[in-house]
Design a protein around this ligand. Structure first.
Ligand code: NAD
Length: 486
């Protein structure tokens, strides 16, 4: 049976590494109809601000599987990342990044048995990319964490652990600081862990994960975390096992999967035939397993391992680490060596013994999702109004107390999350971005939309306001935080 796969060569070294992977897959005897499609720099240059042309998206929607080279992202201003666009277009919510010691690849942790997987949530968090320049000098971004998104990725991690016979899942968050967003992720981790009694569950603060990873990476098995943290610790993880040249990844959704190297377009090496293609080759091993081509996946992985272990063909990045740049093999030469080793098995097994081959589960049916209890009463108990001013806190407080009117009482004025009014002993280096918290004038009173709109009208007579947030209580739970010092 022939598979259809969308192949996106991408930018920089992308065409070289995708060609390498394609040649190896073909040589391994897997019949694939490649639909070659475009995305990235050239597309941006033509004025398409998504970087992903319609035909490319249509091709992936048809084939449901893509192997892609890196795509360049214009930095700082303008267009959004075409990589992130692709992940979001197809809701590939699970980004799987294995970190395993490889034969012949020198690392600081040789022989310790590093073999873990970072499961990164791929859609939400700060990567939702919702940002506002609220004043000329202050930008804010929304960190969006949903119960559904968290349940899906955490369940994915536990299912992956179960399927691979892995025994420990670490849920990594910053819940100590971000109680509502990261805290939700942590709590859902605890709920879901209870359904997998055979798997040890632990929660670690993400900064400690970074520390433990540098100190003793072999302790980890599966790490599941939110998007930004996952991005960072998975790059750290790839540094532990030989660097970006070896770091593979898969983006899995309910019905589409996109496979790519973790690294970028490495523009300085583009077209020079020196780049290490291993990361994308190992990503295509993940792809073959996803396609159900387990025997071919094993053949390719074994051939890569034999090639690395024997060390006769080493790419420039490894040759450099070995201090022998003259001995470096070209990208095509390294690819030929792997093809020549197809059918051979490495003398040593690397990584943990697994019950089944590493094959991330692809949920065919959507997992059940338990929304929070809708019967819990919601009650608006106040409102935060964000405003721009260079007034001193005492002056802001004085004006806003008058503006509060009969319906509201000014409870606090904060800047960047720190209480500034009523005055405290805190020394605040204020910026022009303030938040005023209003609560009902009468204790236990209700806050109506009409009262909020009237309040905004009064605020706008004095200050430019940018944003407004209702303070909601869900049953006994406060759906908002207090300022530092409040
Ligand atoms: P990069 O990954 O391209 O390069 C970082 C460093 O690692 C460079 O020194 C590079 O030469 C080296 N390197 C990367 N891959 C290698 C390999 N296979 N073999 C040997 N050495 C390798 O990161 P960057 O320079 O920050 O980004 C360049 C461009 O790539 C940017 O436009 C960025 O947006 C894009 N990017 C794309 C993706 C993606 O498509 N998923 C990921 C990261 C960066």
């Amino acid at each position: 049976m022939s598979h259809r796969v969308t192949l996106i060569p991408g930018d920089g070294v992308g065409p070289e590494i995708t060609e390498s992977a394609r040649r190896i897959i073909d040589a391994a005897g897997v019949a694939i109809d490649w639909e070659v499609a475009e995305a990235g720099a050239e597309v941006f240059k033509r004025g398409d601000t998504t970087g992903v042309p319609r035909e490319t998206a249509d091709s992936i929607a048809r084939t449901k599987v893509a192997l892609k080279g890196p795509l360049e992202t214009p930095v700082g201003f303008g267009e959004k990342s075409a990589n992130v666009t692709l992940r979001k277009l197809f809701e590939t919510y699970a980004n799987i990044r294995p970190a395993r010691q490889l034969p012949g690849v020198p690392t600081r942790y040789d022989g310790e048995g590093v073999d873990f997987i970072v499961v990164r949530e791929n859609i939400e968090d700060l990567y939702a990319g919702v940002e506002y320049l609220e004043t000329r000098d202050v930008a804010v971004a929304l960190k969006i964490i949903s119960r559904k998104g968290s349940e899906k990725i955490i369940r994915y991690a536990f299912e992956l652990a179960r399927r691979e016979g892995r025994t420990k899942v670490t849920v990594a968050t910053k819940a100590n600081i971000l109680k509502l967003t990261e805290g939700m992720f942590k709590r859902i981790g605890e709920e879901i862990a209870a359904e997998y009694p055979e798997i040890t569950h632990q929660h670690l603060i993400i900064d400690n994960v970074a520390h433990q990873m540098a100190k003793d990476p072999a302790q980890f098995d599966v790490i599941v975390t939110t998007n930004l943290a996952g991005d960072i610790v998975s790059d750290l993880a790839s540094g532990l096992v030989g660097g970006l040249g070896f770091a593979a990844s898969g983006n899995y959704g309910d019905d589409v999967a996109i496979f790519e190297a973790v690294h970028g377009s490495a523009p300085k090496y583009a077209g020079k035939n020196v780049i290490n293609p291993t990361a994308l080759i190992l990503s295509s091993v993940m792809m073959l397993r996803h396609l159900g081509e387990h025997a071919a996946a094993q053949r390719v992985e074994d051939a890569v391992f034999v090639t690395l272990a024997e060390g006769q063909a080493v790419t420039l990045d490894v040759a450099r680490q070995q201090g022998d740049v003259e001995e470096a093999t070209s990208t095509t030469g390294f690819t030929d060596a792997i093809i020549g080793n197809l059918g051979r098995s490495p003398s040593e097994r690397y990584g943990r013994e697994r019950q089944v081959p590493a094959d991330p589960p692809t949920p065919r049916a959507r997992w059940s999702y338990a929304p929070a209890d809708r019967a819990v009463p919601t009650e608006v108990v106040g409102v935060d109004v964000y405003l721009e001013t260079s007034d001193a806190p005492a002056v802001i407080g004085q004006h806003l107390e008058a503006i509060a009117g009969a319906d509201f009482r000014l409870a606090a004025v904060t800047t960047r999350g720190t209480l500034a009014w009523p005055a405290t002993s805190a020394r605040i280096d204020s910026v022009d971005w303030w938040s005023a918290r209003f609560v009902p004038a009468a204790e236990g009173g209700a806050v109506t939309d009409a009262a909020i709109l009237a309040l905004l009208g009064r605020v706008s007579e004095r200050y430019r306001w940018m944003d407004v947030q209702k303070l909601t209580r869900f049953g006994d739970e406060e759906g908002f935080t207090r300022a530092q010092g409040q």
